[in-house]
Design a protein around this ligand. Structure first.
Ligand SMILES: [Zn+2]
Ligand SMILES: [Zn+2]
Length: 144
């Protein structure tokens, strides 16, 4: 099992602990993540049931199936969560933690990425259509 991580938001009002599902960082370039973070959302998936947070967490329902948590004091993004409790899926902002050394292993929505920057390295890159097909969702009118 990967060792637990402890991190915090920019202002320090929120402390987050979780056990990574895998020692990996993933990036999402969808339009919502871009607006939320200013670039791509770099995240580490939490092992189900291990995410704990102390402090003023603010939750925003960003779609019919997901919500995004941030610090109510400083606005730092904390995590993306699937609303379905059975999913128990949290993608936790990698930026909350000091350098984990985890490699970037996957980018999704690469076709939505602004052309002016790119992450280096040889790893999985999926377009919006490829990603949605991988989770069994039609690409028609869907967004995160
Ligand atoms: Zn904060
Ligand atoms: Zn996204």
């Amino acid at each position: 099992m990967t060792a637990p991580l402890t991190g915090r938001c920019m202002c320090g009002a929120i402390t987050v602990t979780m056990v990574p599902a895998k020692p990996e960082i993933h990036a999402c370039h969808c339009g919502m993540c871009r607006r939320w973070t200013g670039s791509a959302f770099l995240e580490i998936d939490a092992t189900p049931g291990t995410l704990k947070a102390e402090g003023p967490v603010r939750v925003f329902k960003s779609s019919d199936w997901a919500e995004r948590a941030s610090c109510a004091e400083c606005g730092s993004p904390l995590w993306y969560r699937l609303s379905d409790p059975k999913a128990d899926f949290h993608a936790v902002s990698a930026g909350l933690f000091d350098d984990t050394g985890f490699p970037l292993t996957k980018e999704i929505y690469v076709d939505r990425k602004p052309g002016g920057f790119a992450y280096a390295g040889d790893h999985l890159r999926m377009t919006e259509a490829e990603f949605l097909a991988s989770i069994g969702v039609s690409a028609e009118g869907e967004n995160q």
